[in-house]
Design a binder for this molecule. Structure first.
Ligand SMILES: [Zn+2]
Length: 284
């Protein structure tokens, strides 16, 4: 099966109240772990690739690995640029074979974010590629941030609805309280914002910073209209923890397969758990 746009599975996810996981690909072992987990669960999924990961792996390897995963698994897989910063990088990815892109214009003023996102949607849709937009500030949320500042970064429902109507994005990331990385304090998700937006637009809400969010909060977010959830940090932790343990126990290990294979197995378990939690098993 070739790589597919997120529209192959996101409308169904929103209608049937499940979420499709975006699992970030950082190297071959991540890609294999994610694909094997999804094959066992018969789940669609999204390979997220950040601009940093793209630089690390190279765009040719990235596309080739994703295409190999789609061919081997027969699953609907989207290859998605995560937090794309401008039009040129989005077009570069689409030309190279990406089936989906995110444009993160959240740091631009509202009207400018709409204008830039619209341009990318127009070009991407002409090529059958799906687009995720972002509104509000996700991440950079620190423990010592005051409540006022935290609230100021949240998305305003009326703006999010207008953003969707003007841009025509296929999925919308809005700041609802989650943050990138592992959480130091308690997570607070503003379900009211998710519900207010999701009930008024046909496309699903995207939850960034899915790592470390308690299971019951994930389930409730999906019931409120979240249809795509991003996970990266938990896989990074599982990978690095496993490697650290193996190398710490035996300093004579020199064959990378001796620590990368167990690291891959550890990530596969994380992904399988997430797929079950998100409810996307048997939806491929
Ligand atoms: Zn993100």
């Amino acid at each position: 099966m070739p790589l597919v746009s997120m529209n192959e599975f996101l409308p169904k996810a929103k209608a049937n109240r499940f979420a499709v996981g975006q699992f970030n690909m950082n190297n071959l072992e991540f890609a294999q772990a994610i694909t094997e987990a999804a094959m066992e669960e018969k789940s669609p999924f999204i390979f997220g690739v950040s601009e940093g990961a793209l630089k690390y792996m190279g765009i040719e390897y990235t596309v080739a690995i994703a295409e190999a995963a789609a061919k081997k698994s027969g699953l609907p897989i989207a290859l998605h640029l995560d937090h794309g910063s401008n039009f040129d990088i989005a077009m570069k990815c689409i030309r190279a074979g990406f089936s989906s892109v995110m444009f993160d214009g959240s740091h631009h003023p509202f009207e400018e974010n709409i204008r830039l996102t619209k341009e990318i949607v127009k070009a991407a849709h002409a090529m059958g590629v799906s687009v995720e937009g972002e509104l509000g500030t996700i991440g950079g949320v620190e423990d010592d941030l005051s409540v006022d500042e935290a609230d100021a970064a949240l998305a305003k429902p009326e703006e999010a609805i207008r953003f969707y109507e003007e841009t025509g994005v296929d999925a919308l990331a809005i700041a609802v309280g989650t943050a990138h990385g592992m959480y130091k304090g308690e997570v607070k998700i503003h379900y009211d914002i998710i519900e207010a937006v999701a009930s008024k637009i046909p496309v699903p809400i995207v939850l960034h910073g899915g790592s470390g969010v308690p299971d019951d909060m994930i389930r409730k977010s999906i019931q409120c209209g979240v249809g795509k959830i991003n996970v990266n940090t938990e896989n990074q932790v599982a990978c690095t923890k496993t490697i650290r343990e193996i190398l710490g126990k035996d300093e004579n290990v020199i064959d990378p397969r001796k620590y990368l294979a167990p690291a891959r197995t550890a990530m596969k378990e994380v992904v399988k758990e997430k797929i079950r939690l998100f409810g996307s098993s048997n939806q491929a």
